[in-house]
Design a protein around this ligand. Structure first.
Ligand code: ADP
Ligand code: K
Ligand code: ZN
Length: 432
């Protein structure tokens, strides 16, 4: 077992909590002093930095929201002046007006450190060749992964997303060992490679994929691993917390949240009380070391669960389990909560369909109707009876998982638009 930073990664949980306490106390003084936003927020809530004596006091601190970042657009929540900034990124704006985030030199270093730990844990190092197929630019995916890759001394290919033919050629020509991109884009790479008769399964060097930036299911992981012969790991991050940050270890059982840098709380969305280990709730994160844009009890907007037990890999840091979806990704159809991830998990158990699908929601009179467009792949038969059987199977499985009847429409291979970054799954035509 290799570690990037064994002392920290395997630190005794009690000492780790002590370190968190120490850093939280410092953070509270730091933001109060440096940021008019936080000073005002604390004053309004009647909180003094001195009130926070340890991590046990964290619940006294106010929450912060994406809305705060939007209201103070572009840099109103920053704690440093331009002199100390070295980088700016912006969120992809999936759910509204984009937000701007900034980094000091130390912020970039710690970000790369987070990823270096994760990359090392899945066996990547100096001898590896990493193809970074996340978008480069304002999106944090490309440059974030790039700095992590360089940090471990891997040969880094900054290809960015898109230009699928070239992705496949370079992958072969340069003996790439790991690819980093969204799971939906990698599914597309697999598909194009197969179509061109150069299935990734026959690629001898490629062995690891680190996929994230959007929700994906365990069944899609199996599909990807089976069709490409690689090991596929999940990575989580958001622009506000830095970008891609937490990666799965070889256990493939949750992403290690680096507790020396972040405090994670999972709260019941109604009571805002902490839920039990393993229970799903709202993800709330406090950044312990960020200088430019530290966040206190930030309501990320994702539903998640964590496991605090020591991992079989030896790492003591909590694991963020696979995310069901962001809370604002959830659609309510006939009063039932529906996540695209649920649909994906059903579809990926059916060999004849591709990972590309669309959920179309309409209102007919008083009722919501959802149609799931499911794309067939080359394994599908063109006999009418098979076609009908497939429709009934998918409808049945979706009804079981969603507890909702939906229409299923099968479409030909290649019909649903492909995404080079985050996939768009829901088309909601209802007017509210
Ligand atoms: P935007 O919020 O505009 O999409 P980001 O690129 O910062 O901008 O997206 C971060 C969000 O992407 C997370 O809050 C989460 O909802 C989603 N996300 C990122 N990685 C994963 C992952 N591995 N699994 C599920 N969702 C993820
Ligand atoms: K500068
Ligand atoms: Zn582990």
């Amino acid at each position: 077992m290799t570690y990037w930073n064994q002392e920290i990664e395997t630190m005794d949980p009690v000492r780790l909590r002590g370190l968190q306490s120490e850093r939280l106390v410092k953070l509270v003084h730091y933001v109060y002093e440096k940021s008019p936003f936080y000073k005002k927020l604390f004053d309004e809530k009647g909180i003094k930095p001195e009130d926070i004596k340890s991590i046990g006091d964290i619940q006294k601190l106010p929450f912060t929201y994406k809305k705060d970042l939007r209201d103070t657009y572009p840099t109103g929540m920053f704690c440093v002046k331009n002199t100390d900034l070295v980088r700016i990124h912006a969120s992809s704006g999936t759910t509204g007006k984009p937000i701007v985030v900034g980094y000091t030199q130390n912020d970039i270093t710690n970000w790369a450190e987070s990823l270096a730990r994760g990359f090392t844990s899945v066996g990547l190092g100096k001898d590896d060749i990493l193809q970074i197929s996340y978008g480069y630019g304002l999106f944090t995916g490309g440059l974030g992964a790039h700095y992590g890759s360089e940090r471990i001394g891997a040969t880094t290919i900054p290809i960015s997303s898109g230009n699928t033919e070239r992705q496949l050629s370079l992958m072969e020509d340069l003996n790439v060992t790991a690819v980093l991109c969204t799971p939906s884009y990698f599914s597309y790479l697999i598909e194009v490679a197969e179509k061109e008769g150069r299935s990734l399964k026959n690629n001898k060097s490629l062995r690891v994929g680190i996929f994230g930036a959007e929700p994906w299911s365990e069944s899609l992981r199996h599909r990807i691993e089976e069709r490409s012969g690689i090991k596929a790991y999940d990575v989580f991050g958001t622009s506000e917390l830095s970008g891609p940050l937490f990666t799965e270890c070889p256990e493939q059982n949750g992403m290690h949240v680096w507790a020396d840098m972040f405090i994670v709380e999972i709260l019941n969305p109604e009571t805002l009380e902490p839920v039990k280990d393993g229970e799903t709730g709202e993800l709330v994160v406090t950044t312990l070391l960020k200088e430019a844009l530290p966040l206190i009890r930030y309501r990320v907007g994702d539903l998640a669960s964590i496991e605090n037990t020591v991992c079989a890999c030896g790492r003591t840091h909590p694991r963020l389990m696979r995310l069901t979806g962001r809370s604002d990704d959830m659609t309510i159809v006939r009063g039932i909560n529906v996540f695209p991830g649920q649909v994906e998990s059903v579809l990926m158990k059916i060999p004849e369909v591709s990972p590309h699908f669309l959920m179309m929601i309409e209102r007919n009179g008083e009722l919501d109707d959802m149609t799931v467009q499911v794309e067939l792949n080359d394994l599908a038969s063109d006999k009418v009876e098979d076609y009908n059987r497939l429709i009934s199977r998918i409808s049945h499985d979706l009804r079981t998982v969603l507890t909702l009847s939906v229409d299923v429409e099968l479409v030909n291979p290649g019909t649903i638009p492909r995404s080079e970054g985050k996939a768009k799954r829901v088309i909601d035509k209802r007017k509210f």
